[in-house]
Ligand binder design. Structure first.
Ligand code: AMP
Ligand code: MG
Length: 434
């Protein structure tokens, strides 16, 4: 690795990933209300203080009975039982089912003593009685039209979770089902790995913010927005700091605001033709090196650290300015850092092998990440190039759902060849706000 004023060294994608990853580890745990924990990683093992369900209970609306009483019941030879009471969900039974009797019971209600099966309404005269205008209060017997085995329609206590059981393990990702499990255990908060705060600064004198009137020679800042959105997608909290002009003063001011973050991302100003002032400042205030990475798009990259007043260091990744390069570099080099900070263990992208539609030309021995649309036809995946692959063609990224990879040592991949495609899917989900 050379410094900014030497020739940048050319790293493989893996070398760059490795150097960046060596700066990151999972962040500390924080307690969160369960409804705000979605997508985060559990920082504690969850064991249950209770049985779920807490008591044997009915899985049907019907009648709690003794199965021995209806051993020979059938539609043609039904058996009558005396109705002695009712239990709704949330009530506790206060009567016992003695031989020859039944208690009307609702789904989820606890099974009364003495009962060992529940016969559902549809296997009794319940609906005939109702059709004949007999109110529930006036029902004094029930006709059972089927035989049952012991335990029918009874959900036993602890069937899902037994008191003391390890239910969710540290390191697992909280999805809607996990939120539900936590709630069912009576937990309203949970310890999760906190989300990293990631400061985002776009640099460039040519940039305007969306919403401003367009003026000659200027372009809209798209990088801040695509980068902040990518941070959200992978579970970080973006700190949107807007545009730094290509001046020492402007970048210095923005950096002050960025130093409290867990990671600083800048865009642009890392290629060789750039204003030295950006590089000067980065090198003066921190330990920054400029690399070239053997990939296309996104060859130029800055990486380093800035010291805080308290002596701690903040890592910095300087993404290239071209909008596609920014996003591809983010996917390959920033995404793994974020997923590591949020505590994710499986950080590999999903990959499919697809039949290439169109040629990928690799004229300078870099790893090419070509934007493609992956579709499935007749049990095969096809990866169709999304048009002009220039690093300024942001719509080629917007149309893509995958990045097809042409290895460094292959000068051309022809239409019809099999290509590996990294899918641009976001299983981590989109949560949080700016
Ligand atoms: P630079 O790295 O500063 O030479 O920028 C490379 C290219 O990316 C130039 O065409 C810039 O105008 C463009 N660019 C830089 N920053 C942004 C941004 N925030 N949004 C959109 N395009 C940008
Ligand atoms: Mg620039």
């Amino acid at each position: 690795m050379t410094t900014f004023d030497g020739m940048p060294s050319m790293l493989s994608v893996e070398e760059a990933q490795e150097k960046i990853m060596s700066m990151f580890a999972p962040l500390e745990p924080e307690p969160k209300p369960i409804l705000e924990s979605i997508g985060q990683v559990l920082a504690e093992d969850i064991t249950s203080d209770i049985n779920i369900p807490p008591l044997d209970n009915s899985s049907m609306d019907g009648y709690a009975i003794r199965y021995e009483d209806v051993l020979h019941a059938s539609l043609n030879e039904p058996i009558n039982l005396r109705l002695i009471g009712h239990i709704a969900a949330g009530q506790l039974p206060n009567q016992e089912v003695a031989p020859g009797t039944a208690i009307r019971i609702m789904t989820g209600a606890p099974i009364p003593d003495g009962a060992n099966a529940v016969v559902p309404f549809e296997d009794t005269d319940e609906f005939d009685n109702r059709a004949n205008g007999i109110s529930v209060e006036n029902m004094d017997s029930v006709e059972v039209r089927v035989s049952l085995t012991e335990g029918t329609n009874i959900r036993p206590k602890g069937q899902d979770i037994v008191q003391g059981q390890l239910v969710l393990t540290k390191g697992s990702v909280i999805r809607p089902a996990e939120v539900g499990v936590l709630a069912s255990l009576g937990r309203n908060t949970v310890n999760v790995i906190r989300k990293p705060i990631i400061a985002v600064i776009s640099t460039g004198d040519e940039l305007l913010e969306p919403g401003e009137p367009i003026t000659p020679g200027k372009i809209y800042n798209s990088n801040s927005y695509s980068v902040c959105s990518s941070i959200l997608v992978y579970g970080g909290i973006p700190k949107f700091l807007g545009i730094a002009r290509d001046s020492l003063e402007s970048l210095n001011t923005k950096l002050e605001e960025a130093l409290s973050a867990d990671l600083i991302i800048t865009t642009a100003g890392v290629s060789r033709g750039d204003f030295d002032i950006v590089k000067d400042l980065l090198a003066k205030r921190g330990k920054i090196t400029f690399w070239t990475v053997r990939m296309r798009p996104a060859k130029p990259l800055a990486f380093g650290i800035f010291p805080r007043a308290n002596g701690e260091n903040v890592p910095h990744i300087g993404l290239p300015g071209n909008p596609v390069s920014t996003l591809v570099a983010f996917e390959e080099l920033v995404r793994p850092a974020i997923l590591t900070m949020v505590g994710k263990q499986n950080i590999q992208k999903s990959v499919v092998n697809a039949i290439l539609v169109g040629d990928i030309v690799n004229y300078d021995e870099r790893r090419v990440y070509a934007r493609v649309t992956v579709t499935k036809k007749n049990h095969a995946y096809y990866a169709t190039l999304t048009g002009d692959q220039g690093s300024g063609i942001l719509t080629s990224m917007a149309r893509a759902n995958g990045l097809a990879i042409c290895p460094e040592d292959i000068p051309i991949m022809k239409s019809g060849e099999t290509v590996e495609v990294q899918m641009l899917d976001w299983p981590e989900g989109i949560t949080g706000d700016f």
